[in-house]
Design a protein around this ligand. Sequence first.
Ligand code: PLP
Length: 391
Amino acid sequence: MQLAAALARLGTETAFEVLARATELARAGRRVINLGIGQPDFPTPENVVEAAVRAARDGHHGYTPAQGILPLREAVARDLLRRHGVEVDPDRVVIVPGGKVTMAFAILMFGEPGAEILYPDPGFPIYRSLIEYTGATPVPIRLHEEKGFAFDAGEVLALLGPRTRLVILNSPANPTGGVVPRAELARFVAGLEAFPHVAVLSDEIYSRILYDGEPHVSLLSFPEIRDRLILLDGWSKTYAMTGWRIGYGVWPASLVPHAVRLAVNVHSCVNAVTQWAALEALEGPQEAVARMVAEFDRRRRRMVELLAGLPGFRCVVPKGAFYAFPAITGTGRSARALQDELLESVAVATVAGTSFGIHGEGYLRFSYAASLEAIEEAMDRIRRHLERTLP
Ligand code: PLP
């Protein structure tokens, strides 16, 4: 067989490899604590599950329009108005099977040899993977621990040039929990005026998972860039629906036909039952979201406190998402070596910072989508292991 060369450039998410090894160890009888996984450990709210069952009984078993059912697109528009105070035409909303698909479509639309696409590093690994797949040049936006892993608008603007097609931003961020303040976003948007050919993909999949009372600032609330902004959001993290496979993009009107055409070519439409469930998630009671975020917050505080007390560790307080990203340089280990060591020696799964880009060296990602008891036991195992093995 002769495969397309681009396949060799496709990367992956190491988190799935860590999960596979953790499952293997668990099968062999080890009591594995998984802090590697990026999904809520709560069930999907009952009203959402019920809506899906109802939809299946009501006969929603066929194809839907490729763009998504209109009632759901209207509900997304109402949700965006409630949360960001922005009127969005439901015809600019494209429902897709997961947040990842908006990301893939945006990168496929702009990426080709000769083009440059900027992406956060450390950041979600699929950005770079897909940029490379298209043959475009990936240009990392380095995120700094000293800035709480929020990007520096000046640094991003300095990377823009005639070949830049797309800038990918992610706040609140995976893997760092970093949140970009409004002032920094405003500086970025103002600077973009000099680069009218550059589009922006704003990955706001963690927009509802924020702490310390900070309201989320969406790039959608900057009218100056609305005609070149692609907003990525969805249900996976907010409503504990990672396995349902649904998300959405809000696209500039001129790009909607391209997004819909890609959908028709790739997946036809999102599972009909899931779309009705997602509608209930947006329009039904929101208490489950508030409860989940409050619980994440409790765990976040405890985890950061325990991480900061580990020998060789240093940890900034994450402001959103459900990850802590401590520096581990004081242990003398590389990120990958410590990830493997913790998994094999004390059965605690984490993900090396280098899985999120070269600037992730010296860091480990800990997910706190695990019970408080599991987090405390994991930290205790790591502390004892480090005390035993550090010089
Ligand atoms: N964007 C970021 C930053 C993520 O962390 C993830 C999932 O981990 C996604 C997008 C993809 O979400 P989905 O599972 O809805 O495809």
